[in-house]
Design a protein around this ligand. Structure first.
Ligand SMILES: [Zn+2]
Length: 161
């Protein structure tokens, strides 16, 4: 058995024990891609800041399985073009730039565009509660009470004016 074959066999052995999240050949963005809502592009997690990726991987690994099964990533990294589209749509929907700014960050101002935020969906009240009670232990927070699904590193805004 060659070295690569041995590595692959080890990965499969780990995967077959059910500890898929510990598979040694997976990168952080590959691990996170398992938690993306179906049909979402891998760029949502591949474009995230590497420290933020690592922190999210640790968070998912620590979740009790019934919680993990009820948390998904709906949105993460957004390109400047995508943020501009979302903002333009909000201006159309809310009638003015001022009103739109309350709901969607303008291009250049979004933590999503910096790869420093994810929006989650919760499949149960217990999952939402667990997350709100536990993310601070990982150096994460939900900074906006009116968007209680929007998760960032606690330090994400420290370098912003
Ligand atoms: Zn968000």
């Amino acid at each position: 058995m060659g070295f690569k074959t041995a590595l692959l066999a080890a990965a499969i052995a780990v995967a077959s024990t059910g500890r898929v999240h510990a598979a040694p050949l997976e990168t952080d963005s590959q691990i996170l891609s398992h938690y993306l809502v179906a049909g979402k592009q891998v760029e949502h997690v591949a474009g995230l800041n590497p420290v933020f990726q690592q922190t999210l991987v640790a968070l998912f690994a620590a979740m009790p399985s019934e919680i993990r099964d009820n948390v998904q990533i709906l949105s993460g990294y957004r390109s400047p073009e995508r943020q501009a589209e979302l903002f333009a749509a909000a201006v159309r929907k809310y009638g003015s730039v001022k009103a739109a700014r309350r709901m969607v960050a303008p291009p250049g101002k979004s933590q999503h565009q910096r790869g420093m935020a994810v929006d989650l969906t919760f499949g149960s009240k217990a999952a939402k509660r667990w997350m709100h009670e536990n993310v601070s232990a990982f150096g994460l927070r939900f900074p906006m009470s009116w968007e209680d699904w929007h998760l960032e590193l606690a330090t994400a805004r420290a370098d912003r004016k």
